[in-house]
Design a protein around this ligand. Structure first.
Ligand SMILES: Cc1cc2nc3c(=O)[nH]c(=O)nc-3n(C[C@H](O)[C@H](O)[C@H](O)COP(=O)(O)OP(=O)(O)OC[C@H]3O[C@@H](n4cnc5c(N)ncnc54)[C@H](O)[C@@H]3O)c2cc1C
Length: 379
């Protein structure tokens, strides 16, 4: 067992950290306040090659989920909204097309997405199909020249600037398993509504979509008909690892801010860090941040070795997202009134962290996944 990062991993981590600190951090509070999209930062990340990290070498990546997790943590530490845009784009939208698309589709759509020309969106959720993603009602009907897709999707990350959407739909109107389709964003009938206002992760675009008789050619059904969810499982594991890594970033940022503040805030004639009540909070935070990071990197490491990682990815996502919320909450408590005010990023950390307990499968669904992997049956 070796806990050291390789020289390549360290170098990548240092590059992303420098970008995060110098380019991303300065505007993070302002973007949150105005809920303005971080698309331009994702474009810069495309030019720097960051969007391709876990993809194969022919696409400019290293094929490493560990490197991806390290990069996402660095971004998440300064701006979780950018972190979720990055993670959803790369781990869901791009990896799925890399795995399931034809060579022509990859040349046409994946290349520009990785270069940051536009974003990739991944659309499972519908009004009646949230945790129960299998209950999607969107249909893809055979027509003389291809598929005609109709339905409504909601809460879709990156949709406003997406060049394509990977969407699940049912090919037999009322029954059958889901298939996954590549839908270029310029197709007539696809409407992307303006981003929703959210509690946190406000600079990430989360949009509803309407698909009204959208036509795509036969080959835009990716992979095998009726096998969307099994085919997307690998990407969904990577997505959960991505969310876990953002959460580790928030938890780490909360801990370091609280540690620094506790050392300089004086009450009763001494720094509050000299009170045991504060020391215990910081010690608990340090333990949980470390555990969350190890769980996240272990899940990434298993995925890179093509070993089963469903339970590890769910465990990392569950533990890290709940750790981020706890750590941000404790940091806010250590800051006292100052933490509740808008003057510090602590309240943003707390609002952002909560979203990570919901997106890409709620904490309850992660617990169910872990229980199934342990052999427990559905009720
Ligand atoms: C910031 C953000 C970004 C998102 N981005 C995307 C995206 O890019 N693409 C996309 O497709 N979706 C996206 N989503 C949607 C997200 O995946 C869903 O919100 C999530 O899966 C939960 O679905 P729901 O909101 O419909 O809640 P529901 O499924 O209605 O759940 C409501 C509550 O019931 C609980 N619950 C449901 N079923 C069970 C059960 N069997 N046992 C116990 N408890 C249960 C849930 O845990 C939750 O607490 C995003 C969501 C957020 C918040």
């Amino acid at each position: 067992m070796d806990f050291d990062l390789t020289p390549k991993e360290q170098a990548l981590q240092a590059r992303v950290r420098a970008f995060a600190r110098e380019v991303v951090a300065p505007g993070a509070g302002q973007r949150d306040e105005t809920a303005s999209s971080c698309f331009d930062l994702l474009q810069q990340m495309g030019k720097l090659g960051f969007l391709a990290i876990p993809l194969a070498g022919e696409w400019g990546g290293s094929g490493s989920t560990v490197q991806f997790a390290l990069a996402v943590e660095e971004i998440g530490r300064v701006d979780a909204a950018l972190g979720i845009g990055f993670a959803a784009h790369t781990a869901l939208g791009c990896i799925s097309l890399e795995r399931l698309g034809t060579n022509d589709q990859k040349q046409a759509y994946l290349g520009p997405a990785l270069a940051g020309t536009y974003l990739a969106a991944f659309a499972l959720t519908e009004a009646q199909a949230g945790s129960d993603a299998r209950n999607a009602k969107t249909t893809a009907i055979r027509d003389g020249e291809g598929w005609v897709i109709s339905g409504e999707k909601r809460y879709i990350t990156n949709a406003e600037h997406a060049g394509y959407v990977l969407a699940t739909a049912r090919t037999a109107a009322e029954s059958g398993n889901l298939s996954v389709f590549l839908i270029p964003s310029d197709r007539p009938g696809l409407i992307v509504y303006p981003p929703r206002l959210k509690l946190g992760l406000r600079a990430s675009e989360t949009c509803d979509l309407s698909l009204s008789s959208v036509r795509v050619p036969w080959e835009h059904l990716l992979g095998e008909e009726g096998r969307a969810l099994p085919q997307l499982l690998d990407a969904l594991n990577g997505g959960r690892i991505g969310i876990a890594a953002i959460a580790v970033g928030i938890a780490e940022a909360s801990l370091s801010a609280a540690l620094e503040y506790a050392g300089r805030r004086h009450q009763f004639g001494r720094p509050i860090s000299q009170f045991e009540a504060i020391q215990f909070k910081l010690a608990d935070m340090a333990v949980e941040v470390e555990a969350a990071r190890i769980l996240t990197l272990k899940a990434a490491w298993l995925k890179d070795r093509q070993q089963p990682c469903v339970q590890a990815a769910a465990t990392a996502k569950l533990y890290a997202s709940e750790t981020a919320t706890r750590a941000a909450n404790q940091a806010l408590q250590i800051y006292g009134g100052a933490g509740y005010m808008h003057d510090y990023p602590i309240e943003r950390y707390l609002r952002d962290a909560k979203g990570l307990e919901i997106g890409e499968g709620t904490s309850e669904i992660q617990r169910l996944t872990i229980a199934r992997q342990m052999g427990m049956k559905k009720p």
